[in-house]
Each structure stands twice: as structure tokens, then as C-alpha cells.
Design a protein around this ligand. Sequence first.
Ligand SMILES: *Cc1c(COP(=O)(O)O)cnc(C)c1O
Length: 368
Amino acid sequence: MKKEIFVTQPFLPPLEEFFPYLEKIWANKILTNGGPFHQQFEQSLCEYLGVDHLSLFTNGTIALVTALQSLRITGEVITTPYSFVATSHSLLWNGIKPVFIDIDPNTLNLDPLKIEAAITPQTTAIMPVHCYGHPCNVEAIQKIADNYNLKVIYDAAHAFGVQDAQGSILRYGDLSVLSFHATKVFNTFEGGAIICPDAKTKVRIDQLKNFGYIDEVNVVAPGINGKMSEFNAALGLLQLKYIDQATAHRKEIDAAYRERLKGVSGICCLNDAGEKIANYSYFPILVKSDYPISRDDLYQKLKDNGIHPRRYFYPLISNFPMYRGLFSAHRENLPVATVLAQQVLCLPIYPGLDTSVIDEIANLISAQ
Ligand SMILES: *Cc1c(COP(=O)(O)O)cnc(C)c1O
């Protein structure tokens, strides 16, 4: 039978290289609560990413929920409908009202020009997403945040390793949150992290992810259990050794798709990183109205051939039942996001994806 090709395939290091890590865990019997691998992984990640402080989490969603708690965010938060549902769910878990604004048609990120009109006396923060790892207009967002005294929490789940000319994209805003889920560019099976600017903030975040304990007998906040285990931290340390290699391979795949899809009318490859330091986490294409068939028909055609692209992010978060009653969720307020959610298709991209498969996918797309 022909092999099925999915949008991603989790990257795993050679199994035998993981055994020494497991032997250490079995020998010292420290399984969690900030053990040696956890400490080492936090430090190595800070060095790799070029950030000063970071707190590891059990997953990205609990990290988002905790990030909002650590800054005591309440009321309303301005965010994007064009993301994975966890972005807005983290607001609901804190009793915060999401206020959706439209996206920029070029970056697919929250449109900074739409922020001011959405600000009310209840607004306390902005939660943008670096969608597909493509950086938000961080300067424009910060300027508005400063003018209105708002916090900025970036959902940076897609932005592992992404840099601008000055360094890591993760140093913008008050906090940034990463996910190390199996489907992400860098995985620890499940995992996540909050990047924060100073040691004091990290202490508070570390307390919140450990039930609010500050010592053996004192609990200062209704914290959660968000701790990363030694198993996941050890795996992360090993994965770090392979991330540059994996990204280099993704970059080649990205270039191969762009080359092969260049002349196809009605198809537009998004987010060309050019010379910038990107992570090539997704390969989104736009299936525009002048393409002979609809995005959904192309999606089906690829599936019929054993290729499983994904329609990230369709449906928009604002169309799910727990959000669609909000005024800001009305599709008239979100015209760009509504159209793009019907046109985007994310093609398979992962280290190890065969050139012959890229050719096959490109041929299927061009042959219309
Ligand atoms: C994956 C993802 C999350 C959630 O991360 P988990 O580690 O799976 O909890 C949040 N936001 C975005 C944009 C994501 O893609």
C-alpha cells in the first residue's frame, strides 16, 4: 500500500542516544520538581534561543494560562481569531473576555491597525500569535500597548528559534509562550515554556506552576501543576542537539516547494523568509479564487492521493460555539480572516520528507 503523508511527522532523535539520560533518571530517582535535567534544559534553552529567563511547562496551554495569571490579567484581551483554539481558551480559563480583531492579509497575524478601535476601559492586554512562526509587527504592537498601558503576551507556539535582525523574537512583549508539542518544530512529546524578562518574574511563574508554593509550608497563590518532568526535560536536551540539522532540512523543503509552485497561477506561497532566521515550521499556501478549483477541492484531491495537508486555521476560533456569541466574533468584523481561513492550505513539511513526495505534491497542485 502507498504511504500516507501527513502535514508533519514528529522529529525523534536516535533511540539509543536517549538511554544514558534514562539511566541517570533511574539512578538518581529524581523524576520531577525542578530536577537536574530540568535545570540543565532551562539553561541550555536560554542559551540556544538567546533569551535571559525561561520557565519550563508541561505543555503550551498551561503555560499560556499561567502567563496570564502571573501578570494578573483580567477583563478583556485583544487577540486573533486566526490561531489554534488554545490561544483563546487560555483567556476563558482565566475568566477573561477575548476580543477578536482582524488579521493582516500578508502576515496572517493580528493587524496592529485594528487594535486601537477594539480598546475599551476593560482592556488589559493584547495576545498576538506569531502565526506559522512569522513574526508579528512587534514594534507597532508595543507602541499601542505603551500608549494605553496594556500588557502584551505573545503566543509564540510556532516561533521556536525565530529571530529578527537584533535577536530572538521571543524577547518582545511582557511574556512569550512556547509549545513543545509533538507536532511543533521542536518537541519534548508534550511541553512548553514561558519566556520572561527578569528573574523576579520567573520566580513568580515558577511558584504558579507548582501550586503556588514558595517553600515547604507556604502557599501564596492558587497555582496549578504545570511542571515539566525529568523525562521530557531530558528528551528536550537531546532534541536540542538535532534542532539545527532539522531546521536546515525544513529550509530545503521550503525552497523546493517555492521553486516547484512558482509558476502555478492561483497559488501563492506565503511567508517567504528570504535571508531571515526562520524555523520553517509550516508551509502555508493560498488557493486563490483564480485557481481552477476551491481550496477544499484541492484538499480533497490531495487526500485522495494519500497526502494529508491541513486547513490551519479553519474554522476560525471565533466560529466555535463558545466564542461565536461575542460581538467581536461576527464575521463582518473579521473579513480578512474569514476569507483567508477558506483559502489557506498547509502542505507537509518535516525533516525527512522525500524530494519525490514534494514533486508529487507540486505536480498534483499544478495539474489543474
Ligand atoms: C500548539 C499550540 C498551542 C498549544 O500548545 P500545547 O503545547 O499543545 O498545549 C497554543 N497556541 C498555538 C498557536 C499552538 O499552535
